[in-house]
Design a protein around this ligand. Structure first.
Ligand SMILES: [Zn+2]
Length: 85
């Protein structure tokens, strides 16, 4: 289970940007960002910080429990961008 402290840490580590498409929170006024599991728990992912990513609503919705997201512009699969780690 993730904690409020995990959420704050991951959000700060990501610079308040989506770790998939780099969109900044300030550029998304309508939907809150999410703390999400890079590898979903149902696929054996843990709650360790290395497996947590800050994600915009769009990436979180399109990624679901899978390991990558789909870029809406190119239609190609994207992966989490490693930032600050
Ligand atoms: Zn995103």
């Amino acid at each position: 289970m993730t904690t409020a402290a995990d959420r704050r840490f991951v959000r700060q580590r990501a610079g308040r940007r989506c770790e998939y498409r780099r969109m900044h929170e300030d550029d998304e006024p309508f939907f809150a960002f999410h703390l999400e599991h890079v590898i979903a728990r149902q696929h054996g992912g843990t709650d360790e910080l290395d497996n947590l990513a800050w994600s915009c609503h769009g990436c979180n919705e399109s990624k679901g429990p899978n390991l990558a997201s789909v870029d809406e512009v190119s239609g190609r699969a994207t992966q989490r961008l490693k930032v600050g780690s």
